[in-house]
Write a protein that binds this ligand. Structure first.
Ligand code: PGA
Length: 256
């Protein structure tokens, strides 16, 4: 199975998010096999997008979650509240949050714990900076992010483990990582997560994210080790996003 996640970031209002989600539903109508598709709009659009997706196979996701369970935490949204509005997935530790909101690996860890308690699958984003890639520390940087995010985590057996390898320099830059680099880094993520959690490497799903578009999606998706893609800019362009979904459909069909 492949998973395609659309991260609308802070680009769209409620109406635009709903229109885009409806467009995805129209675009996949009639397909007999589908990848798992997850749409992550901003918080204010979650409830309306949920209605638009009702009775479809497309799942709802959030872009962030509070590190705390509940209480006097002004401006935050808890995992329980996300579950309440129908989220099945939530991004955690996106590089824009690590950089812009100074989110640490300890925050990422706390968020994973909250999401598990609420029955939501965390999609843990990890990735090295351009500087780390240039000085040869990409692998150790990413391994460290994975290990610190999972440290001490008691992983519920039924919960799938999902990561997104997103090199910071590839996000929104139009410079995607090469397939060879993606495969090498996915191995690093899988090994670190499997060690930390005591699960088999096969149980660790890793997506690729960073300038994925309709043109290049297939080259990643056709690799067995790439469990899917996390799409930013191209996810808010209907035609581009549907091309990515089509690439995944081709791969899923070929693998049946
Ligand atoms: P991009 O963003 O597809 O625009 O590079 C990916 C992401 O930020 O998750």
């Amino acid at each position: 199975m492949k998973t395609i996640i659309a991260n609308y970031k802070m680009h769209l209002g409620v109406r635009e998010s709903v229109a885009l989600a409806r467009g995805v539903l129209r675009g996949i109508r009639g397909a007999d096999v589908l990848p798992e598709i997850v749409v992550c709009p901003s918080y204010p659009a979650l409830a309306e997008v949920r209605k638009a997706l009702a009775r479809s196979h497309v799942r709802l996701g959030a872009q962030n979650v509070a590190a705390e369970a509940a209480g006097a935490v002004t401006g935050e949204v808890s995992a329980a509240q996300l579950a309440d509005v129908g989220c099945a997935y939530t991004l955690v530790g996106h590089s824009e949050r690590r950089r812009g909101a100074h989110e640490t690996d300890a925050d990422v860890h706390a968020k994973i714990v909250q999401l598990h308690a609420a029955g939501i699958t965390p999609v843990v984003c990890v990735g090295e900076s351009a500087e780390q890639r240039a000085n040869g520390s990409a692998e150790s940087a990413v391994r460290g992010q994975v290990l610190r995010a999972l440290e001490g985590a008691v992983w519920p057996r039924k919960m799938p483990v999902m990561f997104a390898y997103e090199p910071v320099w590839a996000i929104g830059s139009g410079q995607p990582a090469t397939v060879a680099d993606v495969l090498a880094m996915h191995r690093v993520v899988r090994q670190a997560a499997a060690d930390a959690l005591g699960v088999a490497e096969d149980e660790v799903a890793v997506l690729y994210g960073g300038s994925v578009d309709g043109e290049n999606a297939y080259q990643y998706l056709r690799e067995r080790e790439v469990r899917g893609v996390l799409v930013g800019s191209a996810s808010i362009k209907m035609h581009e996003f549907l091309r990515i979904v089509d690439a995944a459909i081709d791969v899923v069909n070929a693998q049946q």
